[in-house]
Design a binder for this molecule. Sequence first.
Ligand SMILES: Nc1ncnc2c1ncn2[C@@H]1O[C@H](COP(=O)(O)OP(=O)(O)OP(=O)(O)O)[C@@H](O)[C@H]1O
Ligand SMILES: [Mg+2]
Length: 1013
Amino acid sequence: MAAAAGPRQKRKTVTVLFCDVTGSTALGERLDPESFRQVMRRYFDAARRVIEHHGGTVEKFIGDAVMAVFGVPVLHEDDALRAVRAAAGLCEQIAVLNRELEADFGASVSVRTGVNTGQVITGTEERLATGDAVNLAARLEQAAAPGEIIMGPQTWRLVRDAVTAEPLEPLRLKGKSLPVTAYRLLQVRSDMDPGIRLAGAPLVGRQGQLRVLGDAFANVVGERSCGLFTVLGTAGVGKSRLTAEFLRGIDARVLVGRCLSYGQGITYWPVVSIVKQLLDSEHGSADATELMGRDVKVAAAVNVLLGEQETVTSPREIAWAVRKLFESCAGPVPLLVVFDDLHWGEPTLLDLIEHIADFSRGAPIMILCLARPELLDWRQGWGGGKLNATTLLLEPLKPADTAALIEELVPEGSHLDPQLRERVQTNSAGNPLFVEEMLALLTESDGRGLIVPPTIQALLAARLDQLRPEERTVLECGSVEGQSFHQGAVQVMAPEEPDVPGWLMTLVQKDLVRPERAVLPGEDAFRFRHLLIRDAAYEALAKTDRAELHERFARWLEERDTGLVELDELAGYHLEQAFCYWCELGPAGDRARRLAVDAAAHLDAAGRRALDRVDIGAAVNLLERAETLLPPRQTNLALQESLIRGLGESGRFDDAIARADRIADESAAAGDRVGVLRARLAGMMWQAIVDPERELAELRTLVAEARPAVERDGDPAALATLEYAAGWVDYIPCRNVAAFAAFTRAMQYARRAGDLWFETSIRKMAAAAIYLGPTPRSEALQWITDAEAQSVTYQPELEWRKAAMLAELERFDEARSVLAASIGQMNERGLALSAAWAMQTAWEIEMLAGDDAASERNIRQGCEQLDRLGERAALSTSAGELAEALYALGRYEEAWQWAVRGLELGSSDDLATQVFSLGVQAKVLARRGETSAALTLAEQVDRLARTSDDPRNPGDTALYLAEIMYLSGNPTRAGKLVQRAIDLYKSKGAIAFAKRARRLTAQWASGTSPAST
Ligand SMILES: Nc1ncnc2c1ncn2[C@@H]1O[C@H](COP(=O)(O)OP(=O)(O)OP(=O)(O)O)[C@@H](O)[C@H]1O
Ligand SMILES: [Mg+2]
């Protein structure tokens, strides 16, 4: 008795071939044993060769018999035909062998063959396949006469278009209650028979397009560069086919990813599948695997993508890491990456592709994107403005090509009514899918009384109507999962259907679906040959059935250990669909409500993971859908807080604020006071960030009001929101100590609430606060180093603050190298804005090191970059710093101009800009001899600087005042002010600033400026 199927065992439909040598006993008696063994060895060798040539696997030799299985380990769409061909091939080989045997030994052999298709269990320890289907194959073999090949009914059904065969008298077989109709094979028709449409018609036309693709590929290889190629065309016009033909003729490592038609929120689906291909232990790239082991940053981003590591990363980081993987393996063999159905891609995915196209250098990588033209509706500039991008519009077939295609597809010997031919030619409008489907319909229905449907949709519906009910059921169940689907899923959706695998095989034979690599381990998978076929099957389902089937599929996914990163997205989507259909059918009952709650839980989880990847667009989509599914008046506050933050982060401030208001109202109506406060805090945060001058006071009041209630309530998510808001209240007016403390608490609460993304974004703010605050530099440096260690992903903000702190501690060389490495990393990832911004640190390092020329060069470069990028907020401060640098070089008029620019760009609450720009103006006024104007201005800046708890600010302004005093002939006063500055700098351990103050004083005394030396 068979034990319960182990984990690696599975049911599969395979074709089994048995053949046995007849007359071997007699032969054995006539030959001496040694010669006999030799004869048999030759026979077995021939059998193995033929079977393997056709893609079968020899299971074993039992005495004189050979058993082979087709479909293990890999399923082919035409396994049955392969087995029959192998059987026929073996007979031919036997004939050859017999000629030799006759000559050598005066003996000959003949074989009896049985071929049968059916379900078996595979993956057991010692056998490739076991089950009834195997037994039947053996019985058929025993029933065959010498030289005969007998096929079981299922095999015959699958190959009948490709063979000539005759039915036998129903066979009564031992152990079988019903007689079996078997068939004797007479002939296998040639491979070229057009009646076998397994691979469609040969390509017609498209030679020009193939050439263009070939040239683009040759260019990529020749230049060792990256090229982006996009093929646009309507559904069914032949994009995927053109690509398949192109791929056949090139020598490259090919990776293919497809976007899901319901991919909203499933941003990385195609990338995940591509990366899995690349890292596959058998067929993947050793170089890519090696890179994963060597580079922790690449590994971290990729592992987040694959769901194997929980940490916060970002779309940039992921794009960079994927590019690194591509580059690592595109060396000796070029890499060709195909993104099919890109019109369904999420914006973040398109960004990833553009990043690779923009930044990849020195490696031959061709990215081939296939999309319907609507891609351009929402991504107008796709590929535009890139020297390495080409777009090809695939037009319908030319009339002559359409005619040629019709000719190819009409089975030889059959007649197509000229009028019908004309209608197909016209109605298809050059769409090859239409032509194919129309002719398939004609063949299947014998063309009786058939009209040509006007659209491809109507045509496909008509074609599905021709199917047997079982085939239809199987097809419709598959359509619920999507264009690709798993056999196991169909089985749970159609539990009453005893032979799902068999019907799938006939659908394969009708070329409606094709076997495909399964996404889920241990499963067989199929794919609709064309998505429009899937749509037609799905459309035909009643809504009640759709609701039912979506749910069954989702539950199946939930119960299986799929190991799928996108499990929540998928299960959430299908439960959501089920719920929506029930709602369309009538008021939601208990069952529908339970579906909604489960769907919301999945989508919520998926949304949170998207936040961890900072894939904000997807996160907002998923969380909003989760929200819609939850019962009204049952607000999930943690979800709402995430949504409000997500909306704000993606720049949709008004939406964030409006949502916060709505949630506050809802919570008020439900009598939930803490809820009201949480919602208001979340919304107010964004108001204060957008317009601090107006809203900060209100946020402060709100924080004070909310604190007792939220603390009493004790929910960590709520506390994180509260402390984060409290941090901002102190951060904006430069009370950095308090801000740092609040951010630190906020981080702890966010962690306790399990909100990684929030924790990471708060950490950035905490880093800013500790950098700007009075914390002794060595302590702050340690904090930053620890913070970096908390996450393996690259965090530019932390690195450049670390560089600045090192400089303040006079560790200039380290500072320079940390910053240079960090800028290198930013440029690698295309973070142009951050890299430009980081030039402020490059200025600070050289300014402190006393190299004024270098500091001017650095900050000027930063200003130019920011200007080019149209970034104003950062430019105002950089302009003030450039003014400082120019002043230090003695270029006072230019310094004045840049100070003016900084003030124009910066807002009045931007402390750094104000201090630098006004300070420079005050000093230039003093140089011009306008001492009292200079003093008034400098004192104004000094008052402003004292509002900050960063000692550096009043330190800087004391130094301005000192210089003005010195210039107006008051060295004693100047000396006191310098001392004040030094004391302030030293209070935060910024020894490099103190040194600089002494250096400047020495310069004033010697009457030199670097410009005049
Ligand atoms: N030039 C051609 N010669 C012969 N058959 C073709 C040709 N072009 C396309 N076909 C056939 O037409 C069918 C539809 O083509 P294909 O799947 O490539 O369309 P598509 O443009 O990728 O559509 P979609 O946008 O829906 O993905 C396929 O079965 C394909 O084999
Ligand atoms: Mg396609």
